[in-house]
Design a protein around this ligand. Structure first.
Ligand code: BES
Ligand code: MN
Ligand code: ZN
Length: 488
């Protein structure tokens, strides 16, 4: 797994600034007041810092943005990074400033003068999230970066506050690595193996193989994988850190590669479908975080791992399959495969665990990208209460999410002439008809949300917290949802 940047915490030491060889970061509020660290740097550089702070460039910076003094005289460091940030900045504002710095950790590392900043732990978290490069598939791992030192007035307190953040960052990195991996590496078997390895963290992990799934009647899921050489699997991860209450459940779409099947996708951009296991990746990342921070909650995470390939054995458009629930499905388009996988995993999850709440994540529809772009995931729910809880958690973590409607009126679009339901409803409201389809496999009494993350799981240009590629979107929001609502 891509390792987190090492972060250490130290007392502030003004006299050490001149000889510091790492890049040095200081925070200056919009008013321009210099804290003791900034004052010392200003003195060492014979007033260069004050000039920078009085400049038009500094004035134009938004909170959390920075400018740099290169090769400052009087200092061993090759760069002083001046970040505009109020001393009292907290939460996401501080986190974002940290992410700005994460981009600037050089070979020599980064020394952050946090002094008496209100939320140094968030600054460190933001930086940690941003120091990520996926270079596992390069022949040379040359993206060498040094460590981060946070110099704070009360380093022990900051370090304690940072500990849980680090568990979250590890979950996010785990998700990003899974999503960034190519499909010849991350086969269903390799994916399952990486989840089984999380037993070391105290998670219970078990795998349903094809024979057992066939026994259970999961022909909707099995139909999707039947054209692939890789065996379909469901991996069940359990974290029972709570009491004897029923668990909360996360369910993920894990299509390790989506060619579309016999309804083959066009060649252009098909390579992006290595990320079609993004939902499963987020579920895995959250479970890792919960285990690492020993969450006092009962949570199960289930992922349906399949590969959607065209083949002599592949399912055909027009095939009718029977789901574990018993409902029959006419497969109009083999490229609408995610919902077929989820139908059986959702049903199995409810039958097995009777969860207090269930959230599934899936890179389900291109249509959600048309509607919401890459800024927000689509949220669909049968519960105003659960969707409000989730939206609150997502907002608190700065992860975009927007609720879209569901309703029985849409069901006529997925009525089948020969089966109980069909798997596509044409172009109108494509994300909603997908959600309606899933809703059919959710019991009335299960509070449920479906998160369509096709636009947010992986992006073509860098975000505040991640370089281009996998974002890890959702790990933070779901961890927060559990923390705020389901921990004793
Ligand atoms: N995995 C895709 C959806 C997708 C598209 C994810 C773009 C990420 C980026 C999904 O399996 C799919 O192919 N959906 C079809 C559904 C259609 C056939 C009803 C789509 O969105 O075109
Ligand atoms: Mn598809
Ligand atoms: Zn897909």
């Amino acid at each position: 797994m891509t390792e987190l940047v090492p972060v250490s915490f130290a007392e502030t030491d003004l006299d050490a600034l001149a000889a510091e060889t790492a890049r040095v970061a200081v925070f200056v509020p919009a008013e321009g007041t210099l804290n003791p660290g900034a004052k010392r740097i200003n003195k060492l550089t014979k007033g260069a810092l004050a000039r920078a702070v009085e400049s038009e460039a500094f004035e134009k910076l938004k909170s959390g943005e920075s400018l740099s003094l290169s090769y400052p005289m009087g200092m061993a460091s090759d760069e002083v990074i001046v970040v505009k940030l109020a001393r009292t900045a907290k939460g996401l504002e501080a986190r974002k400033a940290g992410a700005t710095l994460g981009k600037k950790v050089g070979k020599a590392g980064l020394a952050i003068w946090a002094g008496s900043q209100s939320d140094a732990a968030e600054i460190a978290f933001g930086a940690t999230l941003r120091v990520y490069t996926f270079d596992a598939r390069k022949s040379k791992q040359d993206s060498e970066t040094g460590g981060i030192t946070v110099m704070a007035a009360k380093p022990a307190e900051v370090e304690a506050a940072y500990a849980d953040h680090r568990a979250v960052a590890e979950g996010v990195f785990f998700t990003r690595d899974l999503v960034n991996e190519p499909a010849n590496v991350l086969t269903t078997t390799e994916f399952a193996d990486r989840l089984i390895a999380m037993k070391d963290l105290g998670l219970e992990v078990s795998v349903l193989e094809e024979a057992e799934m066939a026994e259970l009647g999961m022909d909707a899921l099995l139909g999707v994988g039947q054209g692939s050489e890789s065996p379909s699997k469901i991996v069940v991860m359990k974290w029972m850190g709570g009491g004897d209450e029923a668990p909360f459940a996360f369910v993920g779409k894990g299509v390790v590669f989506d060619t579309g099947g016999i309804s083959l996708k066009p060649a252009g951009g098909m390579e992006d479908m290595t990320m079609d296991m993004g939902g499963a990746g987020v579920v895995a990342g959250v479970m890792r975080t919960l285990a690492l921070r020993k969450a006092k909650a009962n949570v199960v995470g289930l992922v349906g791992l399949v590969e959607n390939m065209p083949d002599g054995k592949a399912q055909r458009p027009g095939d009718v399959v029977t789901s574990m629930k018993g409902d029959t499905i006419e497969v109009i388009n083999t490229d609408a495969e995610g919902r077929l996988v989820l139908a059986d995993v959702l049903w199995y999850t409810q039958e097995t665990f009777n969860p207090v709440g269930m959230i599934n994540l899936a890179t389900l529809t291109g249509a959600v990208i048309i509607g919401l772009g890459h800024e927000n995931a689509g949220v669909f729910s049968n519960s105003d209460a659960l969707s409000a809880e989730f939206l609150k958690a997502a907002a608190a973590e700065g992860e975009g999410a927007w609720r879209l409607p569901m309703g029985p009126g849409y069901d006529k679009l997925i009525k089948s002439r020969i089966a109980d339901i069909k798997n596509t409803g044409g172009r109108p409201a494509g994300s909603i008809t997908a959600a309606q389809f899933l809703g059919r496999f959710v019991k009335d009494e299960t509070p449920w949300c479906h998160l369509d993350i096709a636009g947010t799981a992986s992006v073509k240009s860098a975000t505040d917290y991640a370089p281009a590629g996998a974002t890890g979107w959702g790990v933070r929001a779901l961890d927060r949802l559990i923390r705020d609502g389901y921990e004793g």
